[in-house]
Design a protein around this ligand. Structure first.
Ligand code: SAM
Length: 422
């Protein structure tokens, strides 16, 4: 096989294992397969992988226009990545078709069929670029979960879910932002969207630990947190890789950080080192925390479907199976229950998810308040009451779809402050 074919065969195998075997892009076997390539090929692979997943609703619709019989998984995935390269990435068409035909031979897929379909698609390429997807084209599990969205919200989701995300960064303090020498669209005195997305981790100010990457939506709830006189001890119960902990530590709060995953704790430690932060780090199951330890603020950035981060994690809608909702919802509920026993009187739980699905968000809060009459939903007070920021809060809950502010992308997100009153 020539080099282009070998690279594209690796792309095919990765897409297949995400689609069929439910793997994530950051799975160690996938990372290993990508890392064996040189820098230029890695960037080619990531480009094709991410765009094939982001645009798979579009490319699947194109496939259905040309084929009216059921096709196998290998054929489907091979066509998805080839169409992405020809129609949306404008790669050299004949190189793509030749490589796909050779890969089809390797996979024992009828290569004449792949060749014929891709040649037909090539002829219609310019017209196909503008293919529109509708809500009905999205995966069934997703449509079932979001029946509650209004027509306008569905349109917002359709407009945004497949686009490349922007990069939002957060500084340790105003001084670090003010001496930053790159173009930035400021979202607060300590944060903004980075305009030059290239090689961001090589920038001197990043290496020096002046800032970290954190989506605006995920930054917003703690940015608006006002410390009370009585607040002494803080806990970030699901902390890794660390965004919320960095926010709390940059305010010099007395913080305990915890995460169940030892792999993710390693990443958190590396991040603390770069940012020159120091805090007590635990590697425990939060559900099993000792209830004698009490806190004034517990942050639960709960494990969830992560559907709000669809632009960064396009595999969520690409996989042929939806998330395990029963397991996730049960875990989220147990975490909230646990936190209710660890909170000092007048303290708060900040419950957050990078999801906007009712089951993981509003319904969890409703269940919690029903069970715990000694808690109430706090006012979500904003530091900056500008219209673009207030639109993120409704009935004292922060809830947003993958959307835009200041013409830049933000994740879908949810946050609620629950205050212990008695
Ligand atoms: C949404 S992520 C947290 C992101 C993090 N707060 C940040 O801002 O970078 C959820 C985290 O929960 C952790 N987790 C899952 N189950 C847990 C449990 N039972 N106890 C503690 N952490 C858990 C996962 O390892 C994962 O790192």
């Amino acid at each position: 096989m020539i080099k282009g074919e070998k690279i594209r065969l690796d792309i095919h195998n990765i897409l297949y294992s995400i689609y069929k075997l439910n793997k994530n892009l950051n799975n160690s076997s996938i990372k290993e397969l990508i890392n064996k390539h040189n820098k230029k090929d890695k960037s080619f692979i990531n480009n094709v992988l991410l765009n094939s997943m982001r645009l798979h609703v579009h490319t699947s619709k194109i496939i259905n226009k040309y084929i009216n019989k059921k096709i196998g998984d290998h054929e489907k995935i091979l066509l998805i990545s080839s169409i992405t390269q020809i129609v949306f990435l404008n790669f050299k068409e004949y190189a793509v078709i030749n490589c796909s035909v050779e890969i089809a031979k390797k996979l024992n897929v009828y290569h004449g069929f792949i060749n014929a379909i891709l040649r037909k698609i090539l002829k219609d390429k310019d017209k196909l670029k503008d293919i529109k997807v509708n809500f009905i084209d999205l995966p069934n599990w997703f449509k079932k979960e979001v029946g509650f969205l209004s027509k306008t919200e569905k349109t917002t989701f359709l407009k945004n879910f497949y686009k490349e995300p922007d990069i939002h960064i957060v500084f340790k303090n105003e001084y670090n932002l003010n001496k930053f020498d790159e173009d930035l669209i400021k979202t607060s005195p300590i944060s903004g969207f980075l305009l030059n997305k290239k090689n961001i981790k090589n920038k001197k100010s990043f290496v020096n630990g002046d800032w970290w990457v954190q989506d605006f939506s995920s930054f917003f709830p703690l940015y608006n947190y006002k410390k009370k006189e009585s607040d002494r001890k803080f806990l970030d119960a699901c902390a890794a890789p660390g965004g919320k902990s960095f926010q709390l530590l940059s305010k010099k709060f007395d913080l305990v950080t915890n995460d169940k995953s030892s792999t993710r704790i390693k990443i958190l430690k590396d991040n603390f080192k770069r940012l020159k932060f120091d805090a007590k780090i635990l590697n425990k199951d939060f559900i099993k925390f000792d209830e004698r330890d009490k806190y004034d603020l517990i942050v639960i950035d709960a494990p969830c479907s992560a559907i709000g981060t669809i632009r960064k994690n396009p595999e969520i809608l690409f996989k042929n199976k939806g998330p395990d909702f029963i397991k996730l919802i049960n875990l989220q509920e147990k975490m909230l229950d646990k936190a209710s026993f660890l909170i000092n009187k007048h303290g708060s739980i900040l419950y957050m998810t990078c999801s906007f699905l009712k089951e993981e968000t509003v319904k969890q809060i409703e269940k919690f308040l029903k069970k715990n009459s000694n808690f109430q939903l706090s006012n979500f007070k904003l530091i900056n009451k500008d219209k673009i920021y207030s639109k993120l809060i409704k009935d004292n809950l922060m809830i947003t779809l993958p959307d835009n502010i200041l013409n830049k992308s933000i994740d879908g997100y949810f946050a609620a402050y629950l205050r212990r009153t008695k």
